[in-house]
Ligand binder design. Structure first.
Ligand SMILES: [Zn+2]
Ligand SMILES: [Zn+2]
Length: 146
């Protein structure tokens, strides 16, 4: 059921989220939705250079912020590392490869309840995201001697 590039009506999606359609928003959202991965602003900027040669890095950042603010994409932060942007906006968690940095989506039947612990620490939860770190299958294979 993966949508194909020409089947995604990006302007309609933008309008549906209450955003004005601009060439930047259209191109960036189209790129994220068709590639369906997790990418950094830098990767998106580089991919946009063929499509919108005059696009600046700051416009890419602003556009990504705007798209995640309205919930069309999800920003994933890992500490100090560059944020990654995810086309999958349904609640899910990630397996993170320590070698290549790839993120693999996974789902839990229910999110662990940490409200009680957070209350003890007077910690205000904004988001809950579980990152499981390890080595992906591709990297594990490339490690094996042949
Ligand atoms: Zn890997
Ligand atoms: Zn994801």
């Amino acid at each position: 059921m993966d949508p194909k590039t020409d089947e995604i009506n990006v302007p309609d999606i933008l309008k549906g989220a209450g955003l004005r359609v601009t060439p930047q928003r259209d191109a960036i959202l189209r790129h994220i939705l068709t590639n369906r991965g997790h990418m950094s602003a830098d990767e998106i900027y580089r991919a946009m250079q063929h499509i919108l040669p005059n696009l600046s890095v700051s416009t890419v950042y602003n556009t990504l912020k705007c798209l995640s603010d309205v919930g069309l994409i999800r920003e994933i932060k890992f500490g100090d590392a560059a944020s990654l942007f995810d086309a999958n906006t349904s609640p899910h968690h990630h397996m993170v490869c320590n070698k290549c940095g790839k993120l693999i989506d996974f789902y839990l039947p229910s999110t662990p309840n940490v409200t009680h612990i957070a209350e003890q620490e007077k910690f205000h939860i904004e988001e809950m995201h579980i990152a499981v770190r390890g080595i992906c299958n591709d990297c594990a294979k490339s490690r094996e001697p042949d």
